[in-house]
Design a binder for this molecule. Structure first.
Ligand code: AMP
Ligand code: MG
Length: 342
Protein backbone atom coordinates (compact mmCIF):
# COMPACT_ATOMS: atom_id res chain seq x y z
CA UNK A 1 0.00 0.00 0.00
CA UNK A 2 1.32 3.40 -0.97
CA UNK A 3 -0.41 6.57 0.23
CA UNK A 4 -0.17 9.38 -2.32
CA UNK A 5 -0.46 12.82 -0.74
CA UNK A 6 -1.41 15.57 -3.18
CA UNK A 7 0.35 18.83 -2.32
CA UNK A 8 0.61 20.51 -5.71
CA UNK A 9 -1.40 23.58 -4.72
CA UNK A 10 -0.28 24.58 -1.24
CA UNK A 11 1.70 23.38 1.73
CA UNK A 12 -0.41 21.31 4.13
CA UNK A 13 1.35 20.71 7.45
CA UNK A 14 -1.32 18.33 8.70
CA UNK A 15 -0.64 16.05 5.74
CA UNK A 16 3.14 16.39 6.06
CA UNK A 17 2.77 15.29 9.69
CA UNK A 18 1.41 11.95 8.43
CA UNK A 19 4.48 11.51 6.24
CA UNK A 20 6.77 12.64 9.08
CA UNK A 21 5.32 9.91 11.28
CA UNK A 22 6.30 7.32 8.65
CA UNK A 23 9.88 8.64 8.71
CA UNK A 24 9.98 8.39 12.52
CA UNK A 25 8.69 4.81 12.27
CA UNK A 26 11.56 3.90 9.96
CA UNK A 27 9.41 3.77 6.81
CA UNK A 28 10.13 5.34 3.43
CA UNK A 29 8.59 8.52 2.01
CA UNK A 30 9.24 9.91 -1.49
CA UNK A 31 9.13 13.72 -1.53
CA UNK A 32 9.88 16.58 -3.90
CA UNK A 33 12.96 18.75 -3.66
CA UNK A 34 13.96 21.58 -5.99
CA UNK A 35 16.30 19.19 -7.86
CA UNK A 36 14.56 15.80 -8.25
CA UNK A 37 12.29 13.63 -6.06
CA UNK A 38 14.03 11.90 -3.15
CA UNK A 39 13.39 8.51 -1.58
CA UNK A 40 13.66 9.43 2.09
CA UNK A 41 14.26 7.58 5.33
CA UNK A 42 15.74 8.35 8.76
CA UNK A 43 19.47 8.82 8.07
CA UNK A 44 20.44 7.69 11.57
CA UNK A 45 18.32 4.51 11.50
CA UNK A 46 20.20 1.62 9.91
CA UNK A 47 17.00 -0.26 9.08
CA UNK A 48 15.48 2.67 7.20
CA UNK A 49 18.66 3.18 5.24
CA UNK A 50 18.84 -0.53 4.47
CA UNK A 51 15.30 -0.27 3.04
CA UNK A 52 16.36 2.61 0.80
CA UNK A 53 19.19 0.54 -0.71
CA UNK A 54 16.98 -2.55 -1.12
CA UNK A 55 14.04 -0.66 -2.63
CA UNK A 56 16.20 1.14 -5.19
CA UNK A 57 18.45 -1.85 -5.89
CA UNK A 58 21.33 0.51 -5.14
CA UNK A 59 24.86 -0.89 -4.69
CA UNK A 60 25.85 -0.75 -1.00
CA UNK A 61 29.00 1.30 -1.68
CA UNK A 62 27.10 4.18 -3.31
CA UNK A 63 26.66 6.70 -0.46
CA UNK A 64 23.47 8.68 0.24
CA UNK A 65 22.97 12.40 0.68
CA UNK A 66 21.55 13.42 4.06
CA UNK A 67 19.01 16.27 4.01
CA UNK A 68 18.72 18.79 6.84
CA UNK A 69 16.48 21.77 7.58
CA UNK A 70 18.80 24.03 9.60
CA UNK A 71 22.54 24.73 9.59
CA UNK A 72 22.74 23.61 13.25
CA UNK A 73 21.73 20.07 12.20
CA UNK A 74 25.04 19.85 10.34
CA UNK A 75 26.80 19.58 13.72
CA UNK A 76 24.93 16.31 14.42
CA UNK A 77 26.35 14.76 11.25
CA UNK A 78 29.79 16.24 10.54
CA UNK A 79 32.76 16.15 12.94
CA UNK A 80 34.56 19.13 11.37
CA UNK A 81 32.92 22.07 9.67
CA UNK A 82 35.43 24.17 7.70
CA UNK A 83 34.88 27.85 7.06
CA UNK A 84 34.09 27.17 3.37
CA UNK A 85 31.02 25.22 4.53
CA UNK A 86 29.82 28.19 6.55
CA UNK A 87 30.46 30.68 3.76
CA UNK A 88 28.86 28.53 1.05
CA UNK A 89 25.88 27.57 3.21
CA UNK A 90 25.22 31.20 4.01
CA UNK A 91 25.19 32.00 0.31
CA UNK A 92 23.56 28.90 -1.25
CA UNK A 93 21.50 27.05 1.40
CA UNK A 94 18.78 26.09 1.14
CA UNK A 95 19.74 25.07 -2.38
CA UNK A 96 21.19 22.44 -4.73
CA UNK A 97 24.65 22.21 -3.15
CA UNK A 98 25.85 19.14 -1.19
CA UNK A 99 28.94 19.17 1.06
CA UNK A 100 31.10 16.12 1.72
CA UNK A 101 32.54 16.39 5.25
CA UNK A 102 34.15 14.08 7.83
CA UNK A 103 31.32 12.12 9.45
CA UNK A 104 30.49 11.77 13.14
CA UNK A 105 30.34 8.29 14.67
CA UNK A 106 26.57 8.66 15.10
CA UNK A 107 26.08 8.47 11.33
CA UNK A 108 25.78 4.77 10.45
CA UNK A 109 28.35 3.55 7.97
CA UNK A 110 25.58 2.09 5.76
CA UNK A 111 24.37 5.68 5.13
CA UNK A 112 27.79 6.74 3.82
CA UNK A 113 28.47 3.60 1.79
CA UNK A 114 31.23 2.66 4.24
CA UNK A 115 33.08 5.98 3.85
CA UNK A 116 34.32 8.08 6.77
CA UNK A 117 32.70 11.14 5.18
CA UNK A 118 29.06 12.19 4.98
CA UNK A 119 27.27 14.14 2.23
CA UNK A 120 24.80 16.78 3.48
CA UNK A 121 22.54 19.42 1.98
CA UNK A 122 19.57 21.64 2.78
CA UNK A 123 16.94 21.44 0.02
CA UNK A 124 15.11 24.57 -1.18
CA UNK A 125 11.64 23.11 -1.09
CA UNK A 126 9.03 23.86 1.58
CA UNK A 127 7.60 20.33 1.54
CA UNK A 128 11.04 18.78 2.00
CA UNK A 129 12.03 21.25 4.74
CA UNK A 130 8.76 20.74 6.63
CA UNK A 131 9.10 16.96 6.39
CA UNK A 132 12.60 17.12 7.89
CA UNK A 133 11.50 19.53 10.65
CA UNK A 134 8.34 17.62 11.60
CA UNK A 135 10.07 14.23 11.62
CA UNK A 136 12.89 15.75 13.72
CA UNK A 137 15.33 13.54 11.78
CA UNK A 138 18.00 14.17 9.20
CA UNK A 139 16.61 12.41 6.09
CA UNK A 140 18.80 10.28 3.86
CA UNK A 141 17.42 10.52 0.35
CA UNK A 142 18.86 9.37 -2.94
CA UNK A 143 16.87 10.10 -6.08
CA UNK A 144 13.56 8.20 -5.99
CA UNK A 145 14.17 5.97 -9.01
CA UNK A 146 15.13 2.34 -9.48
CA UNK A 147 18.93 2.31 -9.49
CA UNK A 148 20.36 3.06 -12.92
CA UNK A 149 17.16 4.64 -14.33
CA UNK A 150 16.66 8.35 -15.05
CA UNK A 151 15.92 10.39 -11.92
CA UNK A 152 12.29 11.35 -11.19
CA UNK A 153 11.18 14.93 -11.74
CA UNK A 154 7.49 14.33 -10.98
CA UNK A 155 5.45 12.15 -8.62
CA UNK A 156 4.25 10.15 -11.66
CA UNK A 157 7.84 9.02 -12.26
CA UNK A 158 8.06 7.85 -8.63
CA UNK A 159 4.73 6.03 -8.97
CA UNK A 160 6.09 4.26 -12.09
CA UNK A 161 9.11 2.97 -10.15
CA UNK A 162 7.87 2.45 -6.59
CA UNK A 163 4.06 2.27 -6.33
CA UNK A 164 3.23 -0.46 -3.81
CA UNK A 165 6.84 -0.66 -2.61
CA UNK A 166 7.04 2.34 -0.25
CA UNK A 167 4.76 3.83 2.41
CA UNK A 168 4.08 7.26 0.96
CA UNK A 169 4.64 9.58 -2.01
CA UNK A 170 4.15 13.34 -1.62
CA UNK A 171 3.14 14.88 -4.94
CA UNK A 172 4.48 18.42 -5.11
CA UNK A 173 4.27 18.75 -8.89
CA UNK A 174 7.23 18.97 -11.26
CA UNK A 175 10.63 19.83 -9.80
CA UNK A 176 12.12 23.21 -10.74
CA UNK A 177 15.74 22.37 -11.49
CA UNK A 178 15.49 18.84 -12.85
CA UNK A 179 19.05 17.62 -12.21
CA UNK A 180 20.49 16.54 -8.86
CA UNK A 181 22.55 18.70 -6.51
CA UNK A 182 26.16 19.73 -7.05
CA UNK A 183 28.41 17.59 -4.81
CA UNK A 184 31.45 19.38 -3.37
CA UNK A 185 34.11 17.61 -1.31
CA UNK A 186 35.23 20.03 1.40
CA UNK A 187 37.78 17.62 2.90
CA UNK A 188 40.32 18.49 0.19
CA UNK A 189 42.21 21.73 -0.34
CA UNK A 190 41.06 23.33 -2.54
CA UNK A 191 37.60 21.68 -2.45
CA UNK A 192 36.81 19.17 -5.21
CA UNK A 193 33.75 19.06 -7.44
CA UNK A 194 32.63 15.42 -7.34
CA UNK A 195 29.38 15.82 -9.26
CA UNK A 196 28.20 18.81 -11.27
CA UNK A 197 24.57 19.63 -10.52
CA UNK A 198 21.90 22.23 -9.95
CA UNK A 199 24.32 24.88 -8.69
CA UNK A 200 26.79 25.84 -11.44
CA UNK A 201 30.50 25.48 -10.69
CA UNK A 202 31.05 29.09 -11.77
CA UNK A 203 28.81 30.33 -8.95
CA UNK A 204 30.75 28.38 -6.32
CA UNK A 205 34.08 29.66 -7.64
CA UNK A 206 32.82 33.23 -7.53
CA UNK A 207 32.49 32.81 -3.75
CA UNK A 208 35.48 30.63 -2.70
CA UNK A 209 37.81 30.81 -5.72
CA UNK A 210 39.12 28.00 -7.94
CA UNK A 211 38.13 24.47 -7.04
CA UNK A 212 39.42 21.13 -8.35
CA UNK A 213 37.29 19.13 -10.73
CA UNK A 214 37.28 15.38 -10.23
CA UNK A 215 38.28 13.66 -13.53
CA UNK A 216 35.07 11.58 -13.43
CA UNK A 217 32.99 14.74 -13.94
CA UNK A 218 33.74 14.97 -17.64
CA UNK A 219 34.79 11.47 -18.58
CA UNK A 220 34.45 7.81 -17.78
CA UNK A 221 36.23 6.61 -14.65
CA UNK A 222 36.11 3.05 -13.42
CA UNK A 223 37.93 3.13 -10.11
CA UNK A 224 36.94 6.02 -7.94
CA UNK A 225 38.23 6.14 -4.40
CA UNK A 226 36.40 9.17 -2.99
CA UNK A 227 32.96 8.73 -4.46
CA UNK A 228 32.31 5.13 -5.39
CA UNK A 229 28.85 6.10 -6.64
CA UNK A 230 30.40 7.71 -9.67
CA UNK A 231 31.46 4.41 -11.22
CA UNK A 232 27.96 3.01 -11.77
CA UNK A 233 25.83 3.11 -14.93
CA UNK A 234 23.30 5.84 -14.37
CA UNK A 235 20.30 7.70 -15.71
CA UNK A 236 19.91 5.12 -18.43
CA UNK A 237 16.69 4.40 -20.28
CA UNK A 238 16.26 1.01 -21.98
CA UNK A 239 17.03 2.50 -25.39
CA UNK A 240 20.63 3.10 -26.46
CA UNK A 241 21.43 6.79 -26.12
CA UNK A 242 23.93 8.43 -28.48
CA UNK A 243 25.07 12.00 -27.70
CA UNK A 244 26.02 14.19 -30.65
CA UNK A 245 27.91 17.34 -29.72
CA UNK A 246 29.70 20.13 -31.52
CA UNK A 247 28.71 22.91 -33.90
CA UNK A 248 24.92 23.19 -34.01
CA UNK A 249 24.44 22.90 -37.80
CA UNK A 250 26.78 19.93 -38.06
CA UNK A 251 25.02 18.23 -35.14
CA UNK A 252 21.69 18.74 -36.90
CA UNK A 253 23.05 17.23 -40.13
CA UNK A 254 24.50 14.26 -38.25
CA UNK A 255 21.25 13.55 -36.44
CA UNK A 256 19.34 13.61 -39.76
CA UNK A 257 21.92 11.23 -41.25
CA UNK A 258 21.71 8.85 -38.26
CA UNK A 259 17.89 8.80 -38.26
CA UNK A 260 18.08 7.65 -41.87
CA UNK A 261 20.78 5.05 -41.12
CA UNK A 262 18.87 3.50 -38.19
CA UNK A 263 15.57 3.57 -40.06
CA UNK A 264 17.18 1.55 -42.85
CA UNK A 265 18.23 -0.95 -40.18
CA UNK A 266 14.58 -1.19 -39.12
CA UNK A 267 15.08 0.53 -35.76
CA UNK A 268 12.74 2.99 -34.03
CA UNK A 269 14.49 6.30 -33.40
CA UNK A 270 13.80 9.04 -30.84
CA UNK A 271 15.44 12.46 -30.90
CA UNK A 272 15.87 14.98 -28.08
CA UNK A 273 17.28 18.34 -29.13
CA UNK A 274 17.10 22.07 -28.50
CA UNK A 275 14.55 22.87 -31.18
CA UNK A 276 14.79 21.99 -34.87
CA UNK A 277 12.70 19.58 -36.88
CA UNK A 278 13.45 15.89 -37.20
CA UNK A 279 11.63 13.15 -39.07
CA UNK A 280 12.07 10.64 -36.24
CA UNK A 281 9.58 8.25 -34.62
CA UNK A 282 9.49 10.53 -31.58
CA UNK A 283 10.88 13.99 -30.95
CA UNK A 284 11.25 15.97 -27.72
CA UNK A 285 12.22 19.62 -27.69
CA UNK A 286 14.51 20.12 -24.69
CA UNK A 287 14.20 23.91 -24.67
CA UNK A 288 16.25 26.98 -25.47
CA UNK A 289 18.82 27.27 -22.66
CA UNK A 290 20.65 25.06 -20.18
CA UNK A 291 18.05 25.71 -17.43
CA UNK A 292 15.25 24.47 -19.68
CA UNK A 293 17.27 21.49 -20.87
CA UNK A 294 18.09 20.53 -17.25
CA UNK A 295 14.41 20.76 -16.32
CA UNK A 296 13.29 18.57 -19.26
CA UNK A 297 16.15 16.07 -19.50
CA UNK A 298 15.08 13.13 -17.30
CA UNK A 299 11.42 13.42 -18.28
CA UNK A 300 12.47 13.28 -21.95
CA UNK A 301 14.52 10.11 -21.38
CA UNK A 302 11.60 8.47 -19.60
CA UNK A 303 9.08 9.54 -22.25
CA UNK A 304 11.16 8.31 -25.16
CA UNK A 305 11.56 4.99 -23.36
CA UNK A 306 7.78 4.71 -22.97
CA UNK A 307 7.42 5.25 -26.71
CA UNK A 308 9.52 2.12 -27.20
CA UNK A 309 12.29 3.60 -29.33
CA UNK A 310 15.46 1.54 -29.82
CA UNK A 311 17.82 4.47 -30.22
CA UNK A 312 17.80 7.95 -28.66
CA UNK A 313 19.83 10.59 -30.48
CA UNK A 314 20.55 13.45 -28.07
CA UNK A 315 21.94 16.83 -29.01
CA UNK A 316 24.74 17.88 -26.67
CA UNK A 317 24.93 21.38 -25.18
CA UNK A 318 27.81 23.58 -24.08
CA UNK A 319 29.39 22.54 -20.74
CA UNK A 320 28.78 25.91 -19.09
CA UNK A 321 26.44 26.77 -16.21
CA UNK A 322 23.90 23.96 -15.86
CA UNK A 323 25.27 22.57 -19.14
CA UNK A 324 28.05 20.80 -17.23
CA UNK A 325 25.51 18.83 -15.18
CA UNK A 326 23.33 18.14 -18.23
CA UNK A 327 26.25 16.76 -20.25
CA UNK A 328 27.48 14.67 -17.30
CA UNK A 329 24.03 13.01 -17.05
CA UNK A 330 23.66 12.61 -20.82
CA UNK A 331 27.09 11.01 -21.25
CA UNK A 332 26.37 8.58 -18.44
CA UNK A 333 22.95 7.77 -19.91
CA UNK A 334 24.74 7.05 -23.17
CA UNK A 335 27.37 4.86 -21.51
CA UNK A 336 29.79 7.43 -22.99
CA UNK A 337 28.70 6.78 -26.60
CA UNK A 338 29.30 10.27 -27.93
CA UNK A 339 30.05 11.72 -31.34
CA UNK A 340 32.05 14.95 -31.24
CA UNK A 341 31.84 17.16 -34.36
CA UNK A 342 34.08 20.18 -34.67
P1 AMP B 1 22.03 10.34 -5.47
O1 AMP B 1 21.58 10.29 -4.06
O2 AMP B 1 21.49 9.21 -6.29
O3 AMP B 1 21.78 11.69 -6.06
O4 AMP B 1 23.60 10.13 -5.41
C1 AMP B 1 24.35 10.73 -4.39
C2 AMP B 1 25.76 10.91 -4.84
O5 AMP B 1 26.42 11.76 -3.91
C3 AMP B 1 26.57 9.63 -4.85
O6 AMP B 1 26.45 8.92 -6.03
C4 AMP B 1 27.98 10.15 -4.62
O7 AMP B 1 28.56 10.49 -5.88
C5 AMP B 1 27.78 11.42 -3.82
N1 AMP B 1 28.14 11.19 -2.42
C6 AMP B 1 27.32 10.91 -1.39
N2 AMP B 1 28.00 10.75 -0.25
C7 AMP B 1 29.30 10.93 -0.55
C8 AMP B 1 30.51 10.87 0.21
N3 AMP B 1 30.52 10.62 1.51
N4 AMP B 1 31.66 11.08 -0.45
C9 AMP B 1 31.66 11.37 -1.75
N5 AMP B 1 30.55 11.42 -2.53
C10 AMP B 1 29.39 11.21 -1.93
MG1 MG C 1 20.43 9.01 -8.22
Amino acid sequence: MTIIINMKESLNLRKIRIAARFIKEGKLVAFPTETVYGLGGDALNENSVKKIFLTKGRPADNPLIVHIASFEQLYELASTIPKEAKILAKRFWPGPLTFVLPKRDEVPSITTGGLDTVAVRMPANEIALSLIKLSKKPIAAPSANISGKPSPTSAEHVVDDFYGKIECIIDGGETEIGVESTVLDLTSKPPTLLRPGGLPLEEIERVIGKIKIHPAVKGRIVDVARAPGMKYRHYAPSAQVIVIEGKKDRVHEKIVELIDKYHREGLKVGVMATGGFYDADAFIDLGRNSEEVARNLFKALRELDKKGVDIILAEGIEEKGLGLAVMNRLKKAAGYRTILLR
